[in-house]
Design a protein around this ligand. Structure first.
Ligand code: C2E
Ligand code: MG
Ligand code: MG
Length: 961
């Protein structure tokens, strides 16, 4: 580059005269240079001229010859700012001196806080008053010019500036400059290396541990790396920057620092966990900083200024948060305190630097190093979390540690008996340790004896002695330790002896565990296995066991004479149906308690099955005493049970037998047979066993199979109980009742076989048979009497009601026997319709539409109100026999009268069942009750008897007419 030719054209020598231009008033003083100078700050000697345009004139200092010249310099570079700097150097020595004029592009110190100077090329060229333009030396971070001063020369230099400011200008001894640069390069290399490693390490940590604080810390580390890459002039070496590009990078990294600091604070302190508002606030802040990042490309100083403010704000807000959370005891916050203090110190230093309060050569690299130090500290903090506690999860534990952890995991105590010193150590912090006499459990083995249950002491002692003596084996024992409140804890000890070098047992080590809950559960299970859940009474198994024990005792002591009872609650199924299982259970419980109260300690009561109790009576041996006892049993059952403002009266069938020299199963069987007999005879009675029952009695299974065959063997028939008009005593109709004549057992009651037929499904056939047979008889008798209004009532069971075919069956039968539909009446009980109210309502309505009569049977045994039942289209109501039979209580007539009145109001005819006396009949008649059906008028009759009755009745009626 022919500098000379270009400059010569502009260099004009003028006459010496004071130049009074726009320059500074002080006269320019040449800086004296000596051989020893290393670095001279030229700034005090520089005159700055602004806005002078591309052409600049200035007077030189007087040269060696004392002449002041005037020189004019023409701007040469494209980006000349119009500012010029003028300074003069004087070499008073007699040697030539080489110096470097160094003007750094960027200087942090004094760069400003809000609108910082982010660096730029400062000097485009330097023109001396003599000689050639100075030669620019290659450097990416400063404008460096080599100047050679001849001995005795005084030269004025005019620097053409490419920016308006000149933060620093120094005159360096070239070797010293190189050395300094080298020293800094080493330092920068080290710091950059550490920063790079940190960034990579934290990133890897994030990959390994997926907690948000790691990527945030890694991001901060990368931002710091980026910042010092720019600050240490490393990036510029890699990427040649376009003019002004450096500013964008610098502002960008500062924004990145601000951004990642906020991000780190948020992620590390888990701020989202504390408050949603904090999250929103942080998000807005971060979005703002992202926008700032974009703005950095357009206006770097503005972006950098805001980023610096954000840094300061983040530091202050962070300090507040950290102190607050630390005060709350949040351990992360406490651990971050040192790092944050360093950040605060750094920021204070940085603030003093950029505002020019602190200005020296090392502050800028020191701040860069400080940043790395901060990241290092944060890295340590974060790593503590990475490895705290969870380090164990990564599989780096020894077998011994694993065992220790496993033991801690089980919650068992360590039990360690140092045999040679006779010291037992039992850890005090295991599950269930509360309340145990820990002090006595730690110490000599003998201290254990007083705290052990007396029954366990000898066993405990013996076990320890045996282990020591035999030098092998295992302790696996359960014993009771008395807690401080006097309760015993069941403890399980499992330990093993450890032998010393001499083959003797030196210690026994194992675990100790509180197994009280286990033991209780075991006892409970044992109890449950032998006791009935509901009543808490012994169950059948325990009863049989006791029976066997009593039996063997009775064989030795003839005077013992035990009696065995089986008690069955009558019609209990109906109670369950009507009131629900829960009430049924309560009633059973009540009866169980009542029976239990009658016993002496030597007697025992058990619940054998659903509604059956078994009783072994030993306290009474004479026949009369047993009979009296049996009667009290019966009365205990029949005593009314108060329930929800109403009373339930139950009866029981009681069978009993004495001890005979047979197996206990047979004895129980005898009592059962007697009970069945009592039931057959109507219940509510006591029946002693007689050998004849053995033939009569048969099991449910037998009954089932016999019932199946009953059809083919023609054992089933219908009985017809007249329903009479109370007014006249005339037969209004009949109720068809099933009868089973068993070939061996004789007549079996429907209340015995109907439930079985229902449970096996046979009831469908039975029902069809009853319906068909009853309709056939009715049609015969209507023809016989010529009375087309004669009715026939047929009982319907639940199975029949559920089946779809009932409607078809009924209509088919009506057709087959040409019956007026209203003369056939179906009887349903309340519990039956209530089982499935929707379906019943639907079906009954259809039947009603066909004209069939519908009677509500056994009214008063259930629980529903009559008004409710009137949702179903019944036309007749049958008051249950329990209202009239055996009932002498004063309120009964009132109840009956109100039922009759209400039924009439609802448009129902009333049939009273179980009328026993003329007085009852009279009363009912007065009430306007239409019909009665009871033994008092007529028992159920065979078909022939019924026919005869009708014929007689006709005579009677004829007579009456
Ligand atoms: P229910 O429908 O209430 O029938 C009336 C029961 O009361 C009959 O008992 C009858 O003999 C009895 N009885 C009538 N008057 C008196 C009296 O003054 N005092 C006493 N203590 N009892 C009297 P039975 O024949 O033993 O029938 C018992 C139950 O068996 C019937 O009660 C009915 O629910 C059912 N049942 C009978 N036949 C059939 C049938 O063909 N199908 C269905 N599903 N159930 C039937
Ligand atoms: Mg009936
Ligand atoms: Mg009835």
């Amino acid at each position: 580059m022919s500098v000379f030719s270009r400059l010569a054209a502009f260099l004009v020598l003028l006459l010496a005269m004071p130049f009074l231009g726009a320059g500074p008033a002080a006269a320019l003083e040449p800086v004296q240079i000596s051989q020893e100078d290393v670095a001279i700050d030229l700034m005090p000697a520089v005159d700055l001229y602004r806005d002078k345009g591309r052409s600049f004139q200035v007077s030189t200092v007087p040269g060696a010859d004392g002449i002041v010249r005037r020189i004019e310099v023409e701007a040469n570079s494209a980006n000349a700012s119009g500012s010029w700097a003028v300074f003069a150097l004087a070499n008073n020595t007699d040697e030539q001196i080489d110096r470097l004029i160094v003007v750094p592009h960027f200087k942090l110190a004094g760069s400003g806080l809000l609108w910082p100077d982010l660096g730029a090329q400062r000097v485009a060229a330097i023109t001396p008053s003599e000689g050639f333009a100075l030669e620019r030396q290659p450097s990416s971070e400063a404008d460096v010019f080599l100047v050679t001063l001849d001995p005795g020369s005084i030269i004025t230099f005019v620097a053409e500036m490419s920016s308006d400011t000149l933060p620093e200008m120094r005159l360096w001894e070239p070797d010293a400059y190189k050395d300094t640069l080298n020293a800094y390069t080493l330092y920068r290399g080290i710091v950059l290396g550490i920063a790079g490693l940190l960034a990579v390490f934290l990133t890897i940590l994030f990959v390994v541990k997926g907690s948000a604080m790691f990527p945030a810390a890694a991001a901060l580390a990368w931002a710091v790396l980026a910042y010092i890459c720019i600050d240490f002039d490393f990036w510029q070496k890699l990427v040649p920057l376009i003019a002004g590009g450096e500013q964008v990078w610098r502002a960008g990294t500062e924004v990145a620092l601000a951004f990642t600091l906020v991000l780190f604070l948020y992620a590390y302190l888990n701020l989202n966990r504390w408050h949603g508002v904090l999250s929103a606030f942080t998000l807005i802040w971060l979005i703002g900083l992202l926008g700032l990042g974009a703005a950095a490309a357009v206006d770097p100083p503005l972006a950098a200024g805001v980023a610096r403010l954000s840094l300061g704000l983040a530091a202050v807000v962070g300090l507040g948060l950290i102190l607050y959370l630390a005060w709350l005891g949040f351990d992360r916050a406490i651990m971050l305190v040192p790092s944050w203090l360093l950040i605060l110190v750094w920021l204070a230093g940085a603030w003093m630097t950029v505002t020019g309060r602190l200005s020296n050569d090392i502050i800028q690299p020191a701040l860069g190093g400080g940043l790395v130090l901060i990241v290092l500290l944060i890295g340590f903090t974060v790593m503590q979390h990475a490895f705290a506690g969870s380090g164990i999860g990564s599989g780096l534990i020894s077998d011994l540690e694993r065992r220790a952890l496993a033991l801690a995991g089980t919650g068992d105590a360590v039990w360690d008996w140092d045999v040679t010193r006779d010291r037992i150590f039992a850890a005090s912090d295991f599950d269930g340790a509360a309340g145990l006499p820990i002090a006595s459990m730690n110490g000599p083995a003998r201290n254990w004896l007083p705290i052990l249950h007396p029954d366990d002491r000898d066993r405990f002692k013996l076990t320890l002695d045996t282990i020591v003596e035999h030098r092998r084996g295992r302790i696996a024992q359960e014993f009771r330790v008395r807690s401080e409140d006097g309760h015993y804890h069941w403890m399980s000890l499992r330990a093993r002896p450890i032998l010393g070098s001499d083959g003797e047992v030196v210690r026994c080590v194992g675990t100790l565990k509180d197994v009280t809950d286990h033991k209780k559960a075991e006892e409970r299970l044992l109890h449950d296995a032998l006791h009935d859940q509901l009543t808490g009474l012994p169950n059948r198994e325990l009863f049989m066991d006791r029976l066997a024990a009593i039996g063997s005792l009775a064989a030795l002591r003839p005077e013992l004479k035990p009696s065995i009872f089986v008690i069955d609650i009558d019609r209990f199924r109906q109670v369950n149906d009507a009131f629900g299982i829960a009430t049924g259970d309560t009633i059973l419980l009540t009866i169980g308690r009542r029976l239990k109260r009658l016993l002496k300690p030597q007697d025992s009561l058990a619940r054998l099955s659903g509604n059956q109790f078994g009783l072994i009576l030993v306290s009474q041996t004479d026949v009369e005493g047993v009979a009296v006892f049996a009667e009290t049993l019966r009365e205990a059952i029949t005593a009314p049970i108060q329930f929800n403002n109403s009373e339930i009266v139950l009866t029981g069938s009681i069978g009993l037998t004495g001890w005979s020299d047979t197996r206990c199963e047979d004895v129980l069987r005898e009592a059962e047979l007697a009970m069945y007999q009592a039931k057959r005879l109507g219940g509510d009675r006591i029946e002693p066993f007689r050998p004849a029952f053995k033939v009569a009695g048969f099991s449910r299974l037998e009954m089932e199979s016999d019932l199946r065959r009953a059809f083919s063997r023609n054992e089933l028939s219908l009985a017809f109980q007249p329903i009479v008009r109370l007014e006249s005593g005339a037969t209004a109709g009949f109720e068809a009742l099933l009868r089973w004549e068993h070939p061996r057992r004789g007549p079996v009651s429907p209340s015995e076989f109907i439930p079985i037929a229902e449970s096996t499904g046979l009831i469908v056939q039975l029902g069809q048979f009853a319906l068909d047979e009853a309709a056939r008889r009715l049609s015969d008798w209507q023809k016989l009497t010529g009375d087309p209004a004669l009715t026939m009532s047929v009982n319907i069971s639940s199975r029949q009601l559920i089946r779809q075919d009932l409607l078809n069956d009924v209509s088919a039968i009506l057709k087959r026997y040409e019956l007026a539909s209203r003369t056939l009446k179906l009887e349903l009980t309340e519990s039956l319709v209530m089982d499935n109210p929707e379906r019943s309502a639907q079906l009954l309505t259809r039947l009603r539409e066909m004209g069939v009569g519908l009677s509500l049977d056994d009214f008063g045994t259930g629980y529903s109100s009559l008004a409710y039942l009137m949702r179903f289209p019944f036309d007749t109501l049958k008051i249950d026999q329990s209202f009239l039979k055996n009932d002498r209580r004063p309120q009964r007539p009132i109840i009956v009268s109100s039922i009759v009145t209400m039924a009439h109001e609802l448009g129902l005819k009333v049939v009273a069942e179980g009328v026993e006396t003329e007085a009852d009949a009279e009363q009912l008649r007065k009430l306007g009750c239409e019909y009665a059906q009871s033994f008092f008028y007529a028992a159920p009759l065979s078909a022939d008897e019924a026919r005869r009755r009708l014929q007689d009745g006709m005579g009677g009626m004829k007579r009456a007419v």
